[in-house]
Ligand binder design. Structure first.
Ligand code: ATP
Length: 483
């Protein structure tokens, strides 16, 4: 259970109250598994995607991005195996009648949360079907993942971007799955957004990661398939120890698991709310050599946040076979054409990432008497609140001037209504990291008061320095106490 003990239902209520997330089309009763996002949530989600893209694509030389189509040639989904086997086992509880999905390996073992036995109804393909154009029967699918477009476009992207192995192709976009039982708020929905990378490596180098040094000392809670078989708890160790003990088999897996954990922690998530869990033999997909999930300690238990599979050359070979196109690339080192292997496929849902940051940021501050959402300033929907102390024209003029200048760079909130304490509380509740107040002294000393959300400490700074200081605070180049 996450430290703050907020349940997923309470988080859904908080998100609705703060205008972050609503059931989609609520005036008509909503639709199970679909949500709409309000203004501040759009900002947070855009910030999550921006930080993900910056960290995984812009700051790296070896990864480029694409944006594939949501509806594409259905042959892609035949080649990938989705048409034949992207299914869940549809079950119904004999006692409470609730529908659910279970893994094939759980048939006869899994029980409903009410402890009732499950009746197996059958296999259900999770892809949404649609009809393209006016002719009935031209069936296409809404993509259930973004990954396949990366494989289908692989050769074009690799050649046009002049990429040399090892390299990755990333994509952020919507995916759709007709989940049997959407539940746990944004955790399992029917429409969601994914942030995915397919990372390609020369088949000779599937255990040679040039970036390994960056993560060798990184510690994580590790739950291997072996530990699960023995009903043991996860063990905390460094990536080096996990590789030396052959718990994690490839350097690439160690690198990507640690890198993904670091991404969350660098953006304010609590390190010990994460663990990595290896898929057991029964769970492993037919195409995967080894899969580890980055899991998070949700209020409803440890659950998959991000799946990181070693898919070998399965997908590219499938597309070569079905399209009859040569998708191999030329390797200059060996002067040969090769089909690279995908050693890791970090695949993360934006909704699940949003929940992690919200749970780890949520603080019920009894002393202040309000919720304080301690989101990393980079993720916060509003970077600063700009307040004239009272509604007097001379103070409003300065405050509007600051607002108009800073809003060219940041999403801000100009607020002149209510007591300053109320305005601070409103800002705390949506995670605004800094509040800037213009008072009567500002008229004389051309300075303002800046208040830190996390400590409530205040400092006086010159209006002329505000832009620079705000940037440094958001980028964590300085701490508030350095002002
Ligand atoms: P699960 O076992 O939870 O159904 P999965 O193993 O089918 O997940 P993947 O196909 O590996 O999921 O998808 C990659 C990531 O996409 C998941 O780790 C999760 O973050 C996100 N995701 C998948 N399905 C959903 C969904 N229905 N709602 C929200 N996010 C999802």
């Amino acid at each position: 259970m996450a430290d703050n003990k907020l349940s997923i239902e309470e988080m859904a209520i908080f998100c609705k109250k703060k205008g972050l997330v609503y059931p989609s089309g609520e005036i008509y009763g909503g639709l199970s598994g679909f949500f709409d996002f309000g203004p501040n949530c759009v900002e947070i989600r855009n910030n999550i995607k921006k930080e993900w893209w910056r960290f995984h694509v812009q700051e790296r030389e070896d990864i480029v991005g694409i944006d594939g189509s949501i509806i594409t040639n259905p042959k892609i989904w035949q080649a990938s195996g989705h048409v034949a086997s992207f299914t869940d086992v549809y079950v119904k509880c004999r006692k409470c009648k609730k529908p659910n999905k279970i893994d094939k390996s759980e048939i006869g073992k899994a029980r409903c949360e009410c402890s009732g036995e499950y009746e197996v109804i059958g296999d259900l393909n999770l892809m949404f079907k649609t009809n393209v154009g006016p002719v009935e029967g031209s069936t296409a699918y809404l993509r259930p993942e973004t990954a396949q477009l990366i494989f289908a476009d692989f050769k074009l992207v690799a050649e046009n971007s002049r990429l040399k192995l090892p390299f990755g192709i990333a994509q952020i976009g919507k995916a759709f799955r007709n989940e049997i039982s959407p539940r746990d708020f944004l955790f399992r929905t029917r429409e969601f957004e994914m942030m995915e990378i397919e990372y390609f490596v020369h088949p000779k180098n599937i255990n040679k990661c040039p970036f390994l040094k960056q993560v060798l000392n990184h510690k994580m809670n590790i739950l291997s398939a072996e530990l699960q078989k023995k009903h043991k708890k996860p063990v905390k160790m460094t990536m080096k120890q996990a590789l030396d003990k052959k718990i994690i088999k490839t350097e690439w897996h160690a690198y990507w698991l640690a890198t993904e954990h670091k991404w969350f922690v660098n953006l304010g998530a609590k390190p010990d709310n994460f663990r990595i869990r290896q898929h057991t033999k029964q769970e492993l997909s037919h195409y995967a050599l080894d899969t580890w999930d980055l899991e998070y300690n949700f209020p409803f238990g440890w659950k998959e946040l991000e799946g990181i599979a070693n898919r070998t050359d399965f997908d590219l070979q499938q597309h070569i076979k079905h399209s009859k196109k040569d998708l191999s690339i030329f390797d200059q080192e060996t002067n040969k054409k090769i089909v690279p292997h995908v050693v890791a496929e970090p695949s993360l849902g934006v909704g699940r990432a949003f929940l992690v940051f919200m749970f780890d940021a949520y603080n019920d501050d009894k002393k202040r008497g309000n919720i304080v959402l301690k989101l990393d300033p980079k993720l916060a929907p509003v970077k600063a609140g700009i307040f004239p102390l009272i509604s007097k024209p001379e103070l409003i003029k300065i405050a509007r001037g600051i607002y108009n200048e800073l809003k060219k760079t940041y999403n801000l909130n100009y607020d002149k209504s209510g007591s300053i304490g109320r305005r601070y509380a409103r800002s705390d509740e949506i995670g605004t990291p800094f509040c800037i107040t213009v008072d009567f002294d500002s008229l004389k000393d051309k300075s303002v008061t800046i208040r830190d959300r996390d400590t409530t400490k205040q400092a006086r700074i010159k209006i002329a320095d505000l832009k620079d200081i705000l940037r440094k605070l958001i980028d964590k180049e300085i701490r508030f106490s350095d002002i």
